[in-house]
Design a protein around this ligand. Structure first.
Ligand SMILES: [Zn+2]
Length: 240
């Protein structure tokens, strides 16, 4: 299903994010000694395959009959945001300026925030994630971006806006997996969290909201969850 093909319009007018924007670059830091040696828990059995939803996610992301594709994407974005926000809310006391001074998403990956002037800023993970969540909430509350009335059309920039949102939510997932998976396990929430993430990935790929590059990162600076995506593809849970 091509979401962007049907709505390819010049990227003019509304900026994808009203306050700040972020790009896809990550800064490279030397990994700490031994960091690459240990396999992360989220890639280890049985945690990597724990799920509430069994089987392939293709069917649950398919556009239902008689539903407008814009509406379908909008309601799914709302659900992903709401669920991810709730997960983060539960572990937020473990994600502090001290525990997470950077927005890490892999052993050598720290996402940077780009301000309006185009300057790269290193933010702590809690500050970065708060910025993501509040900017997405502002977009969801904006009737011009996410119209709730049936007689109001979606703006032509909607696909670009949701793609930007999607990339930022992916970074929040990547940070939680990389830095806080033990807390997810402690709460015995790994089946829920894995299913939410697999659904998020399946939907993002189906509607071209996520680039493979965003999921996997650069060869020398990989995203930690890129390997989880590969594993789920090998097991037939996700498609490419
Ligand atoms: Zn953190």
């Amino acid at each position: 299903m091509s979401f962007f093909g049907r709505n390819r319009t010049p990227r003019t007018g509304r900026s994808p994010a009203p306050i700040v924007r972020s790009d896809s670059s990550g800064s490279l830091e030397p990994p700490s000694p031994g960091a690459a040696a240990a396999k992360p828990l989220y890639l280890s059995s049985p945690f990597a395959d724990a799920a509430l939803v069994k089987g392939n996610f293709k069917t649950i992301v398919m556009l239902p009959k008689y539903v407008d594709i814009m509406e379908w994407v909008a309601v799914n974005i709302f659900d992903f945001y709401t669920n991810l926000n709730e997960f983060y809310g539960v572990i937020t006391e473990c994600c502090t300026q001290y525990s997470c001074p950077t927005m890490s998403g892999g052993p050598g990956l720290n996402y940077t925030w780009t301000d309006r002037a185009g300057k790269q800023i290193v933010l702590s993970a809690p500050t970065y994630i708060d910025s993501v969540m509040s900017s997405v909430q502002n977009l969801l509350d904006d009737e011009n971006v996410f119209p709730s009335k049936s007689n109001q059309d979606f703006h032509h920039s909607f696909p670009a806006t949701v793609k930007h949102v999607y990339r930022q939510l992916l970074r929040v997932f990547a940070h939680i997996y990389h830095a806080h998976y033990p807390q997810i396990l402690h709460l015995r929430s790994e089946p829920h969290f894995n299913s939410l993430f697999a659904h998020f990935l399946a939907f993002g790929r189906e509607y071209e909201l996520l680039e493979v590059r965003d999921i996997k990162g650069e060869p020398n600076v990989p995203v930690g969850v890129g390997l989880l995506w590969e594993r789920w593809k090998e097991k037939g849970i996700l498609e490419g």
